[in-house]
Design a binder for this molecule. Structure first.
Ligand SMILES: C[S@@+](CC[C@H](N)C(=O)[O-])C[C@H]1O[C@@H](n2cnc3c(N)ncnc32)[C@H](O)[C@@H]1O
Length: 195
């Protein structure tokens, strides 16, 4: 290739590079540094659209174990009475397919932008009776009544929430005393605890 054309080519690439850095890269980087909320929305989006779909097969095996623990703990529950369930940090709803029959499901997430994906997803699982979505941080679940749920579900939330102790206190508040269970996955370990 002619030397002058090659130089022109490099100049154009350099120009495009600097132009993108100053018009897009720099403002976005500054926003990321300054705003915790933007970082949190971005990482939640990356999780829902890239990480979760790529790892779905492996993660679903863990989710299945978690809901099996729930089924086992329910023993011979009266299936005609709906199970009141709250899922916190629900995201786009990857747990929906694992819920047992006859659940009244309330979901909570601190980001509103998941609602659209969640709404699409919930139509695929009519066996779950969706009640409502609450947009609130799990550390302070305003709008969720005390002693109102049989089960609280949380999967892969504690790695992204700000204050796990406050979340556990809120879970304890909203669970029915004595019978209520909190089932959760932290990293790879499904667990059920009574708070
Ligand atoms: C890693 S994703 C997990 C999504 C889903 N539970 C799953 O198992 O794939 C974390 C989710 O929790 C939400 N989240 C993070 N911190 C939260 C908080 N403090 N309160 C409520 N939701 C929160 C995020 O918006 C996101 O939807």
């Amino acid at each position: 290739m002619d030397g002058r054309i090659l130089s022109l080519f490099y100049i154009c690439i350099g120009f495009i590079w600097w132009f993108s850095v100053f018009t897009f890269g720099l403002p976005v980087t500054i926003l990321f540094i300054l705003s915790k909320n933007i970082r949190s929305v971005f990482f939640s989006w990356v999780y829902a659209t890239i990480i979760e779909p790529i790892q779905r097969e492996k993660i679903d095996a863990t989710r299945k174990k978690l809901f099996q623990i729930l089924e086992d703990s329910l023993g011979n529950r009266d299936n005609s009475v709906p199970l009141e369930v709250l899922e916190i940090g629900v995201g786009h709803g990857p747990n929906l397919k694992f819920y047992p029959e006859n659940c009244n499901l309330t979901v909570l997430d601190k980001h509103k932008f998941f609602e659209k994906e969640f709404s699409k997803n919930k139509k695929k699982y009519p066996h779950v009776s969706y009640q409502k979505t609450v947009i609130q941080p799990a550390e302070c679940m305003r709008g969720v009544d005390d002693n109102s749920f049989d089960v609280v579900v949380s999967t892969f939330l504690h790695c992204s929430c700000d204050d796990s102790v406050a979340v556990l206190q809120e879970v304890k508040r909203v669970l029915k005393p004595v019978s209520g269970s909190f089932i959760h996955i932290v990293t790879d370990y499904p667990l059920r605890i009574r708070l």
